[in-house]
Ligand binder design. Structure first.
Ligand SMILES: [Zn+2]
Length: 479
């Protein structure tokens, strides 16, 4: 299979230039002016289009069993939606039930993901602790290409990681060359606030943000950062939503720690007024954790991205239909948490980031693809346009527009948090593994076309960190 993309403008995280790109058997083999189309299987004329690395969404939850139901997008519909939005790889989460063996859960998720249409990889959550978890973490790193472990500091009485578990697990990550990631919210405080709101008779979705104020997030973020600092571990914070958390990461990095921050397209663009909507369904459709914040936090997130304090953008795509959200009709704590976004991420970030002048096109590529590839150690196989890299691209039409809507999105969910938003700049084609996967509204890739992507451990970070941590404590010799 030889695919030639002609006449387009290549946009990488650091360069913009005109060139043709030849892909053979799934990888880029030539980038040059005027590549001949002899012996080529397919030619795409990309005149007027930008050729960017396919998006990498480092945070999705397809068919996640959660809060008594299962997220409506499975690995097929969810990855089709990804491709329709220019994303060619997702990193999803294996979330073992407490007491479930990590390896068993991992195999379960691998089975579910066999029908994925785009490439995928897995973070594995540490939701409990014993010797088997300690052993399985090594097997996952050595034999299955897992280099990141997730810790939910929220969701008490379910999957919450205690400080004791995080210390054990971060330590294990240091031994294995893996990176710990955290969902930073103080689960004890959330639980306390939820109970007191329910006691006061505030049972609707408007209580959701009240039970998870910004300080609940930043307390947990600061705690995780301090634990990582003490143990000499890097740290990645998922879905940073509060300005105080951006400040915590900035402070830590300026003081020599290696801390990374991710933010979500939805947190950048939607504010907490949605929870005041008089229509219960509309308000409940926006229930996710952390919740949407007052507008001033959005500015802090944009500034965090621009200044490099936050590096990646994701979606936390976790879609639930109205019927599922209705499980919490009488009690907001039972509304399944999550919104969809995997298809819209790039378009929303282009519209609200590039078209507003907040981000350059190159920064857009860094924040939607390259930085995630670097942090999760798959660069330049992914996130790059260079010879030898995987042939994953989005061909972007800056002159075309679309109105985002539940009526046209590929997700199975019956709601779109961006309903009615007009975006200028959309994907014309998505190329995955050197083949057209999406063109002009239609996903042509099929179930099973996606491949599992192994992510090796982080020799580099740890070599650097080990040098820093080299000074071992010494006992004082006494007579
Ligand atoms: Zn999540």
């Amino acid at each position: 299979m030889r695919l030639l993309i002609k006449n387009g403008q290549v946009i990488t995280h650091e360069q913009s230039y005109f060139a043709d790109v030849l892909c053979e058997d799934g990888v880029i083999t030539q980038i040059h002016d005027n590549i001949s189309d002899e012996n080529v299987t397919e030619v795409i004329d990309a005149k007027g289009l930008l050729i960017m690395p396919g998006g990498i969404d480092p945070h999705t939850h397809m068919q996640l069993p959660f809060m008594g139901t299962v997220a409506i997008d499975d690995f097929e519909s969810g990855t089709k939606a990804a491709l329709a939005g220019g994303t060619t790889m997702i990193i999803d989460f294996v979330i073992p039930n407490p007491q479930q063996k990590l390896l068993d859960a991992y195999q379960q998720w691998r089975g579910w993901a066999e029908k994925a249409v785009c490439d995928y990889s897995f973070h594995v959550a540490v939701t409990w602790w014993d010797d088997s978890v300690y052993q399985d973490m090594k097997t996952l790193v050595d034999d299955y290409g897992v280099n990141s472990f997730k810790h939910f500091m929220a969701y008490k009485n379910a999957i919450m990681a205690t400080d004791e578990m995080m210390i054990a697990s971060f330590n294990r990550c240091v031994e294995l060359g893996a990176i710990p990631t955290v969902h930073a919210e103080n689960g004890e405080l959330v639980y306390h606030l939820q109970q007191s709101l329910l006691e006061r008779g505030i049972t609707g979705p408007e209580a959701h943000p009240l039970s998870r104020p910004p300080i609940v997030e930043s307390e947990a973020a600061n705690r995780a950062i301090s634990i990582a600092n003490t143990l000499g571990s890097p740290l990645y914070l998922v879905h940073v939503s509060a300005s105080q958390t951006v400040d915590a990461i900035r402070y830590a990095t300026q003081n020599g720690q290696r801390v990374f921050g991710e933010c979500l397209a939805a947190h950048l663009t939607i504010d907490d007024s949605v929870y005041q909507d008089e229509n219960w369904r509309h308000a409940a459709a926006h229930v996710m954790s952390p919740p949407f914040r007052p507008k001033n936090h959005q500015q802090a997130l944009w500034n965090g991205l621009k200044s490099g304090v936050l590096q990646t953008t994701a979606t936390d795509h976790c879609a639930f239909c109205a019927e599922q959200k209705a499980m919490g009709k009488e009690d907001f704590t039972k509304i399944p948490n999550g919104v969809s976004s995997v298809e819209e991420r790039l378009m929303v970030l282009w519209e609200k980031g590039v078209n507003t002048g907040r981000l350059t096109q190159n920064e857009f590529v860094a924040m939607t693809s390259t930085n995630a590839a670097k942090i999760f150690n798959i660069y330049p196989k992914k996130g790059a346009i260079q010879v030898g890299a995987d042939a994953d691209f989005v061909l972007w039409d800056t002159n075309a527009s679309r109105v985002l809507s539940v009526d046209s999105h590929k997700s199975k969910v019956d709601f779109n948090v961006y309903e009615g938003m007009k975006v200028n700049g959309i994907p014309s084609y998505t190329i995955a593994g050197g083949k057209v996967a999406y063109q002009h509204g239609d996903v042509v890739a099929k179930a099973g076309d996606g491949h599992y992507i192994e992510r090796p451990p982080y020799a580099n970070y740890y070599e650097a960190l080990n040098k820093r941590n080299h000074k071992q404590p010494q006992a004082v010799k006494r007579t």
